[in-house]
Design a protein around this ligand. Structure first.
Ligand SMILES: *[C@@H]1O[C@H](CO)[C@@H](O)[C@H](O)[C@H]1NC(C)=O
Ligand SMILES: *[C@@H]1O[C@H](CO)[C@@H](O)[C@H](O)[C@H]1NC(C)=O
Ligand SMILES: *[C@@H]1O[C@H](CO)[C@@H](O)[C@H](O)[C@H]1NC(C)=O
Ligand SMILES: *[C@@H]1O[C@H](CO)[C@@H](O)[C@H](O)[C@H]1NC(C)=O
Ligand SMILES: *[C@@H]1O[C@H](CO)[C@@H](O)[C@H](O)[C@H]1NC(C)=O
Ligand SMILES: *[C@@H]1O[C@H](CO)[C@@H](O)[C@H](O)[C@H]1NC(C)=O
Ligand SMILES: *[C@@H]1O[C@H](CO)[C@@H](O)[C@H](O)[C@H]1NC(C)=O
Ligand SMILES: *[C@@H]1O[C@H](CO)[C@@H](O)[C@H](O)[C@H]1NC(C)=O
Ligand SMILES: *[C@@H]1O[C@H](CO)[C@@H](O)[C@H](O)[C@H]1NC(C)=O
Ligand SMILES: *[C@@H]1O[C@H](CO)[C@@H](O)[C@H](O)[C@H]1NC(C)=O
Length: 475
């Protein structure tokens, strides 16, 4: 009893006190941005002051004529390719006994590290590389903000219930959309006045399941796109902010997998991909951007279509018909309009049930090592992206390999070319570490002209060899 009283006293009578009005709670805040009331949080950026969390009001394809075509050009390009570069200056550091070897910079601050002892943080992009990476990231945040809202607006509560999702799940998706407004604001601030505004979008889905399927793909390239450049940024401060945003996007990815009745994370590592891969996958869904919007400096590769992309709505993914996607764009979702006996939604048998769930087993996996994947790819020169104002491009020679990017691994399989822009390959059996298949979850596929050896930190050197690019739900 005495003990309880002491605690209550130490807490200032908290156990019995009524809640204090928020205005009475002394909060120690950092300096407010100029122009805001002391203590007030900064406002979110928006295209639409009437609906600050949504912005875009129309959707659909672009039908006009672009006023400009092609990506941004640098004043000059220094080299067309690089030979294998020398090792990093720290490459000889090795610590066999774990003892400290260098002088400590400060008490309890071992020697080394970057930005820990000498410079003031500045949360702004610090190079063209940073600018273009965050510019791309902001295009991603803007589409997510619109997409999550749009799915809620397009489909009724009953449509969601029919897909096994409740009104609470809808609120959750709404909450995720609002997170995007915060992310868009953060990235806008780190870019400054040339930050791009929100665009309008053209979505492929016709049902709730297809909306969720598309979200699984879109959040996969959003997340993997950021992991790909994060540690290459000049501004480590920007990198720190981005990881704090992207760790939330990673959770969104997992939540959408759960809504599709898939295993939430059937892998131990998430792959990173080059910016040009991210832009290639994203651009076809942006129909039009405001005049003068900052353009994007990354490449658009030709589209790679997976003709037998496994349908996650099927009881038996093996039965997926050719081209069972709802459209011709690379990341279009699988057709969810199936007969009751074909559909795994509402099948309550463990191993077949793909209704929303925290985790699902699949007796028959979506894909497996040794599965043939049938492919078709476009020639370069197609108009894609905002206002159809970007043109697909490749510098690769004859297609020879299919590159698979999953977990930490880049794996090449030989490509059997069977006709003009057509061929097939086998899903590889390789593992990251023993017992952990490299290809699972939503993975990236590229047709290449070489099997150049690359690892996660130099993967972008693959770009000159990429003939076409795709994405696939491997599990
Ligand atoms: C990529 O990095 C790996 C080291 O992890 C190195 O062995 C390989 O040669 C590099 N590739 C190129 C093209 O520089
Ligand atoms: C900060 O740390 C780096 C890396 O250990 C070191 O080279 C540099 O001299 C340090 N600077 C200061 C001001 O202590
Ligand atoms: C894209 O289309 C919109 C609407 O027609 C127009 O305002 C904008 O200037 C166009 N941008 C480009 C790059 O063509
Ligand atoms: C686009 O930029 C040009 C040049 O900076 C400027 O004159 C024009 O007013 C801008 N247009 C819009 C719609 O912002
Ligand atoms: C799916 O196809 C693979 C390869 O042909 C086969 O091993 C597997 O048994 C099939 N699964 C079912 C349920 O038919
Ligand atoms: C999905 O498949 C059904 C049945 O084959 C078909 O009627 C429908 O047009 C397809 N939907 C789309 C969007 O392609
Ligand atoms: C689920 O699908 C499997 C495979 O077709 C079938 O054996 C099972 O009876 C189905 N379960 C229900 C509850 O429909
Ligand atoms: C789910 O799959 C795992 C491994 O793939 C297996 O060990 C487990 O028994 C399965 N659970 C059920 C309920 O079928
Ligand atoms: C992906 O992971 C799930 C869950 O562990 C497993 O059932 C499935 O077989 C895996 N797929 C592949 C292609 O390895
Ligand atoms: C896959 O990644 C692991 C871990 O980085 C590496 O040890 C292994 O060699 C890679 N395997 C292939 C086939 O690239």
């Amino acid at each position: 009893m005495l003990r309880n009283l002491t605690i209550a006293a130490a807490l200032g009578g908290l156990a019995t006190a009524a809640p204090r009005p928020a205005t009475d709670i002394p909060a120690i805040t950092t300096l407010p941005p100029t122009g805001t009331e002391p203590g007030a949080a900064p406002t979110r950026v928006s295209n639409n002051p009437e609906e600050p969390l949504t912005g875009v009001t129309s959707h659909g394809p672009y039908s006009g004529t672009p006023t400009i075509t092609g990506g941004k050009k640098a004043p000059t390009t220094l080299a067309l390719s690089i030979d294998t570069p020398p090792p990093a200056p720290t490459h000889s550091y090795y610590n066999p006994d774990g003892e400290l070897r260098a002088p400590a910079q400060l008490p309890y601050t071992p020697g080394g590290g970057k930005g820990v002892n000498d410079t003031l943080p500045r949360y702004m992009v610090a190079s063209d590389y940073d600018f273009e990476s965050v510019n791309l990231g902001l295009h991603q945040e803007w589409i997510e903000l619109d997409l999550f809202h749009h799915g809620l607006a397009k489909f009724s509560e009953q449509d969601f219930i029919d897909a096994g999702l409740t009104a609470e799940d809808r609120s959750f998706i709404q909450f995720m959309a609002n997170q995007e407004a915060d992310h868009a604001t953060l990235l806008t601030n780190m870019l400054g006045e040339a930050a791009p505004k929100q665009c309008t979008y053209n979505y492929p889905f016709t049902t709730v399941r297809e909306f969720i399927d598309f979200n699984v793909k879109l959040t996969r390239w959003g997340e993997s796109g950021v992991w790909g450049f994060l540690s290459h940024l000049d501004s480590r401060e920007v990198g720190t902010m981005l990881v704090q945003a992207e760790s939330v996007e990673a959770r969104q990815q997992m939540a959408f997998r759960q809504m599709l009745g898939l295993h939430p994370m059937p892998f131990s590592f998430v792959p990173g991909v080059p910016q040009s891969w991210h832009w290639t996958l994203l651009a076809p869904y942006i129909s039009e951007c405001p005049a003068n919007n900052t353009r994007i400096g990354w490449q658009n590769f030709p589209a790679l279509r997976i003709l037998n992309h496994p349908n996650p709505n099927r009881v038996s993914p093996n039965d997926t018909r050719e081209n069972e996607l709802v459209g011709q764009r690379v990341a279009d979702p699988s057709n969810s309009t199936l007969s009751d006996s074909e559909s795994c939604v509402g099948n309550t048998t463990v191993g077949y049930n793909c209704s929303p769930g925290i985790s699902r087993n699949r007796t028959e996996p979506l894909t497996f090592p040794g599965r043939k994947v049938f492919l078709e790819w476009e020639d370069p020169g197609m108009a894609v992206g905002p206002n159809n104002s970007y043109i697909t491009d490749t510098s690769a020679k004859d297609p020879k390999f299919l590159a698979w990017v999953g977990q930490l691994n880049l794996t090449y399989t030989p490509l059997e070319v069977t006709g003009p822009n057509q061929g097939w390959s086998y899903q590889p059996p390789n593992e990251v570490f023993h017992g952990d298949p490299a290809i699972n979850g939503t993975v990236f596929l590229a047709i290449t002209d070489s099997d150049l050896y690359l690892t996660p930190f130099n993967l972008s050197l693959i770009n000159p060899h990429v003939r076409a690019l795709g994405i696939m739900h491997a599990g």
